[in-house]
Design a binder for this molecule. Structure first.
Ligand SMILES: *Cc1c(COP(=O)(O)O)cnc(C)c1O
Length: 420
């Protein structure tokens, strides 16, 4: 059974101040999970670091909370670099893992002295021309083919737009050495939302081997390996949480047998997790406002896909708890739907839930990453507020809800739409 970090009483307290729909985050959950990640990788004496993927949850309060645990930021756009900048992140606290990068983004990343992660060999002259080549740089690897664990396909790098081929890696390192690069890193992101404990260890083997080859071929100095994101979470109640200690141990075995055995024991390990750091520790609260009995039983809520897009675009499962009815039998079957003029706007389809009444509050689980952040304004829907539940039980607004003035702000070229 999936548990909520909020009960009905606390939820009522929160929404009396900040009405639904609203995203709520669990400070304790985020902190405990981040501490555990650092503990699991503490064997990497060279200096493990998590660069939180800003795109997952670009909220200043969340980013500061993660920084307190030692995390840096993984940015991939101008706005994400600007958030990092405003919050005082700089230098090797920022990984800039972009693709199809704009010149101005490279200029900004270079100005912040971020670690630039090149997605393609043609970006070398592009970066040189627009921003200059830094002394420390990272390269994104795409090995092609399928990325398989035993016989299961975990990802299809061959179909992914990201990264350099193996041959291009060697060429790129040689070219960058000529341009004065002193320190290299290797990055790869080959599978997304993986379940089980084997993705990182498998990826680590491939990357550590590749780094050893590159060092041998080019004499370049590699100081870090970036395992990027991709560790999944149990969206469904019958799935298991990844055992991060087993994951870290599997990576350690690869590190010892490939790096240490070849005399390299000072290579740092980095991650760029997004989902794993935040998804389970955020929920979307929404109130039931309509019922409809047609070919199915519909529960209409005040949130919609503009607040949480994953079900609509990926058919993703998000567990739903009816607050206050946690222990009631799941003896009704509903489609839980939002108000967009899009039939894909369904948070749940044929879902077994307890009997629902008007005014019930639903907790939509695992909305802490790629939730609010993916929100959009289709149908003129305004994006909801974000609140954090602190460790002491207090709660705090960390982003206000959008207003109509916000929505119309880009129409202020018309007199009728000037801010009222
Ligand atoms: C999206 C992304 C991540 C985070 O992925 P998760 O699946 O949320 O862990 C990390 N690095 C890069 C470059 C990304 O694009």
């Amino acid at each position: 059974m999936k548990k909520c970090f909020l009960d009905l009483a606390k939820t009522k307290e929160i929404i009396s101040k900040f009405p639904t729909p609203i995203h709520v985050y669990d400070e304790k959950g985020i902190s405990d999970n981040a501490s555990e990640l650092y503990d699991a990788f503490s064997w990497n004496k060279a200096g493990f670091k998590e660069y939180f993927a800003v795109k997952a949850t670009p909220n200043p309060a969340i980013l500061k909370l993660l920084r307190a645990h030692g995390c840096g930021l993984d940015c991939s756009s101008l706005a994400e670099l600007a958030i990092a900048d405003k919050l005082g992140f700089k230098g090797s606290d920022i990984m800039f893992s972009s693709n199809e990068t704009l010149a101005e983004e490279y200029v900004y990343a270079k100005k912040l002295d971020a670690i630039i992660n090149l997605d393609d060999i043609t970006h070398i002259p592009f970066l040189q021309k627009h921003a200059g080549i830094p002394e420390k740089i990272c390269l994104r690897y795409n090995p092609g083919g399928d990325f398989c664990l035993n016989k299961d396909i975990m990802g299809r790098p061959e179909e992914a737009k990201y990264g350099l081929t193996r041959k291009q890696l060697t060429e790129a390192v040689r070219e960058l050495l000529k341009l004065g690069v002193k320190e290299f890193g290797l990055h790869a992101f080959l599978a997304s939302n993986t379940v089980g404990n084997d993705y990182y260890p498998l990826l680590a083997r491939l990357m550590f081997t590749t780094v050893c080859e590159l060092m041998r071929e080019t004499n370049a100095r590699f100081t870090f390996v970036n395992l990027s994101g991709g560790i999944g979470i149990p969206y469904k109640p019958d799935q298991q949480k990844v055992d991060i200690y087993k994951v870290a141990n599997g990576v350690k075995e690869a590190y010892d047998s490939i790096f240490v055995a070849n005399g390299y024991s000072n290579i740092k390990l980095f991650t760029e997790l997004g989902r794993y750091m935040l998804a389970p520790y955020g929920g979307l609260l929404t109130t039931v406002i309509h019922f409809k009995h047609t070919y199915r039983e519909y529960v209409g809520v005040d949130a919609c896909a503009a607040n949480l897009m994953r079900p609509a675009i990926y058919g993703a499962y998000h567990h739903i708890t009816v607050l206050g009815k946690e222990n009631k039998p799941l003896d009704h079957v509903y489609d839980v739907v939002g108000s967009l003029c899009e039939n894909s706007d369904k948070f749940a389809i044929n879902r077994s839930l307890p009997a629902i009444d008007y005014g019930d509050i639903l907790f939509i689980h695992d909305a802490g990453a790629h939730g609010h952040a993916m929100g959009y304004n289709y149908n003129g829907k305004l994006r909801s507020a974000e609140v954090i539940l602190k460790k002491d039980g207090a709660f705090e607004l960390i982003r206000r809800a959008e207003t109509l003035d916000d929505y119309f702000s880009t129409l202020d070229i018309y007199d009728e739409f000037k801010r009222s």
